[in-house]
Design a protein around this ligand. Structure first.
Ligand code: 13P
Length: 260
């Protein structure tokens, strides 16, 4: 049975002090929690990766980066390589976020190259895909998602170390969440694409996260869906109480699944 993953993408938010406060509160929460847990990931900005890792060392929380360079090293001012992330103990990294695609012209080929760099360092990519509102309105959602999967996973035969996040662009930061049905439909389509292009094990084991205005009020109904294995949360992950509320909801859902 797949676990549930609650991942917080902080984007370009917080500073050293607020990172510390957030991570200390989260660490304290985990010190009181004994049950089997959902997977928890936080993705702070680069400058705070080290301190977040330090504070969260004795917790199950994994610290993720939000991006990585396609290059190994060299004259690429401002870039951060996969081996640098690895040397900090980073084990997960977001790639292909729509904000990177939109503001930094990241193509599927670039995203794919970044994933290869991450895998070479044993870092798990969280591959983000999703359609714009215009594409959804034109009934192009499936075609867009399939094109992104084909482009990003071209020639990649092993996806056992991969998380995919479906993030409809029209739902990101807009307060307009995809309905559980809308999200489930796309997640089911992604899983069936994986079944067709890889195998049953790959389709059954891969975690498919939903992202886009997820928050404590709606995370439960999203996680109740069969093919939604967690959330990649932006705005609502910045507040530690809200983040913990979503972890608690995910734990309750995981426990009911286990009781069945
Ligand atoms: P919001 O939760 O703020 O809509 O952001 C979602 C997201 O982009 C996570 O990567």
């Amino acid at each position: 049975m797949r676990n549930i993953i609650i991942a917080g993408n902080w984007k370009m938010n917080k500073d050293m002090i607020s990172t510390d406060e957030f991570c200390n509160t989260l660490a304290e929460y985990f010190s009181n929690y004994e049950d089997d847990m959902v997977g928890v990931i936080v993705a702070p900005p680069y400058p705070f990766l080290q301190s977040a890792s330090d504070v969260l060392t004795y917790t199950p929380v994994e610290v993720a980066a939000q991006d990585v360079s396609v290059h190994k090293d060299g004259a690429f001012t401002g870039e951060v390589s996969a081996s640098m992330l690895s040397s900090l103990g980073v084990v997960v990294c977001i790639v292909g976020h729509s904000e990177r695609r939109q503001y930094h012209a990241e193509t599927d080929d670039i995203v794919r190259a970044k994933m290869l760099e991450l895998w070479a360092q044993n870092i798990t990519p969280i591959l983000c895909i999703g359609e714009t509102l215009a594409q959804r309105d034109a009934n192009e959602t499936n075609a867009v998602i399939v094109a992104q999967l084909e482009g990003c996973l071209k020639g990649i035969t092993d996806i056992s170390d991969l998380i995919i996040a479906y993030e409809p662009i029209w739902a990101i930061g807009t307060g307009r969440t995809a309905t559980p049905d809308q999200a489930q439909t796309v997640h089911a389509m992604i899983r069936s694409w994986i079944f067709d292009h890889y195998d049953k094990d790959a389709a059954e084991n891969i975690h498919l996260l939903y992202g886009g205005s997820a928050k404590p009020e709606n995370i439960g109904s999203l996680l109740m869906q069969k093919d939604i294995d967690g959330g990649l949360i932006g705005g609502a992950s910045l507040n530690v109480e809200q983040f913990i509320a979503m972890i608690n909801t995910a734990n309750e859902i995981l426990n009911t699944r286990r009781d069945k």
